[in-house]
Design a protein around this ligand. Structure first.
Ligand SMILES: [Zn+2]
Length: 266
């Protein structure tokens, strides 16, 4: 006999608890739907775009991505890598909270995956996703992995998503009258808009490299070890001097990181 069925009272309490849990789950689902609807339907607005709106939208996209990976059993599935990432991420997040006080109140989440299609991502408001496949392919040390995480944390604390949406509104003001979710989709899928935003994207990558390296150095990592991540990217690249669509060339990132590490080492 199950413990629940041993005494009628316990069974009744268990049933009540189950019913309450179901009600809470239903309420949570309903609440998520209301938030989703608000995010999807709210027009961007010429002056209304702010970090809160960007974070709410990012949370919806992140949850979808996480749910997809979980359903495919690819979420946090390498327990050693997941534990390693959490151990390295926590002091970096504590440093971010000191350097960027706004981020201390964010509901940070750090997930990992073994999906080889994934790399490393930061969603606005402190939602990170890191691929074990990328770390394994480059045989990253803990310090080099700290650089990957610090780069993503820097994107979040520097509000790069908000800047990108603001730039899109300046380039194409008509977006102000359309739902925010459409703009979110467009910056990743509308080729014409993406081409206009690419110079900003490259600038943001270099800024995330530089500020991420400095943040991780303040958290205690040796700057030269952090910069070593970019050397590995160069070594693994078949065209290290070629720029990507929205990324500077691996060689230019390595040079900039090496110079930043030298400056910090003085
Ligand atoms: Zn980046």
């Amino acid at each position: 006999m199950s413990p629940v069925g041993r005494f009628p009272q316990e069974a009744a309490i268990a049933c009540a608890a189950l019913a309450q849990a179901r009600r809470l789950r239903w309420r949570e689902t309903a609440l998520r739907f209301v938030v989703w609807l608000a995010v999807i339907a709210t027009p961007v607005g010429a002056h209304a775009l702010d970090q809160q709106q960007v974070m709410a939208g990012a949370a919806v996209l992140y949850n979808e991505r996480i749910a997809g990976l979980r359903a495919a059993q690819l979420l946090d599935n390498d327990t050693d890598f997941h534990a390693r990432v959490q151990r390295i991420a926590q002091p970096l997040l504590a440093q971010a909270a000191r350097d960027y006080p706004e981020s201390a109140a964010w509901p940070w989440e750090v997930h990992t995956t073994t999906d080889p299609e994934e790399h490393a991502y930061a969603f606005a408001g402190g939602k990170l996703l890191v691929s074990g496949a990328h770390a394994a392919a480059l045989n990253l040390s803990d310090g080099e992995l700290a650089m990957v995480l610090a780069h993503e944390i820097a994107h979040a604390v520097l509000r790069h998503n908000l800047q990108e949406y603001e730039a899109a509104l300046t380039l194409e003001p008509a977006w102000a009258t359309r739902p925010f979710a459409e703009l979110e989709h467009a910056v990743d899928h509308d080729g014409a808009l993406m081409a206009k935003l690419a110079p900003l994207g490259k600038q943001q990558e270099l800024e995330a490299d530089r500020e991420g390296l400095k943040l991780a150095a303040r958290a205690g990592w040796a700057p030269q070890v952090l910069a070593g991540y970019f050397r590995k990217v160069v070594q693994a690249s078949s065209a290290p001097n070629a720029s990507g669509f929205a990324h500077p060339s691996p060689a230019s990132r390595w040079r900039a990181a090496r110079d930043a590490a030298r400056q910090l080492g003085r």
